[in-house]
Design a binder for this molecule. Structure first.
Ligand SMILES: [Zn+2]
Length: 251
């Protein structure tokens, strides 16, 4: 059984697996409270608009077995929150995030998340001490776009849940351009992967200060609008929003 718990309205998750009656709990991109600043305060500082369901990692009341960090930006790679995780817990992070986390000298083990090679089965992506049933890999990399992957070629017979938001967030090109791909990309991914459940993530309209908050553009797509724009007839997955602290369970 798997429990997927949204720790806030943004992009922090707790995934709880049970393998042969043994629990295995993974934190994904935990940012529980306080500001997140990229580069310097007057450039971009944001706070959660809706509080996370807990203030501290210890308030979750479960042992954490692994942490996964998907991006180097501080809304995903949040130092103050991550320093609350015990140093023995292994961290799996994308390349730039892994370098940043190693520089803190807090965690004993920080592993880079490898890309899933085209044609490589996800079943062979269990790395560095994870239970053999569990793989962590990047579907998108500098070598291959996410759309390149087809479920059959990677041995993924069935996708239980897709986490993808509807908000399309864009900075001016000089400040990095597109930040969140939003609803149009989401319906394409859902169409290609055919997950049983599609859950929104990273769609919190945060409280922002600094230059970025003034120039950031946010387009909030509805599923229907995005489907129409992409020329898709119907969504292959049921879209669901989990509020701060809400969870779903599936087998
Ligand atoms: Zn982000």
């Amino acid at each position: 059984m798997v429990i997927l718990k949204h720790l806030n309205e943004d992009t922090s998750w707790l995934i709880q697996f049970t393998f042969n009656s043994t629990p295995f709990n993974i934190l994904i991109d935990p940012w529980l409270k306080g500001p997140q600043t990229d580069y310097w305060k007057l450039f971009s500082t944001q706070w959660h608009a809706i509080p996370s369901c807990v203030e501290h990692i210890s308030d979750l009341g479960v042992q954490i077995h692994a942490v996964v960090i998907s991006h180097e930006w501080t809304d995903h790679c949040h130092k103050a929150t991550l320093l609350e995780v015990e140093k023995e817990v292994p961290v799996y992070a994308t390349d730039k995030a892994a370098d940043i986390i190693r520089s803190w000298k807090h965690f004993d083990k920080v592993y880079n998340i490898p890309p899933l090679a085209p044609g490589q089965s996800w079943k062979t992506s269990s790395i560095n001490g994870l239970p053999k049933q569990l793989g962590i890999a990047r579907a998108a990399s500098s070598q291959a776009d996410f759309q390149y992957y087809h479920s059959a070629s990677n041995g993924i017979e069935e996708i239980s849940a897709l986490l993808h938001g509807l908000h399309e967030v864009t900075n001016p090109k000089v400040l990095g351009g597109k930040l969140n791909l939003g609803g149009r990309n989401a319906v394409q991914v859902a169409h290609n992967c055919k997950p049983k459940l599609w859950i929104g993530t990273h769609d919190e309209v945060k409280v922002g200060k600094g230059l970025v908050s003034k120039v950031l553009k946010r387009r909030i797509w509805s599923v229907e609008e995005a489907l129409k724009e992409e020329g898709l007839a119907d969504s292959d997955a049921k879209f669901r929003v989990l509020r701060s602290g809400e969870q779903v369970e599936f087998d």
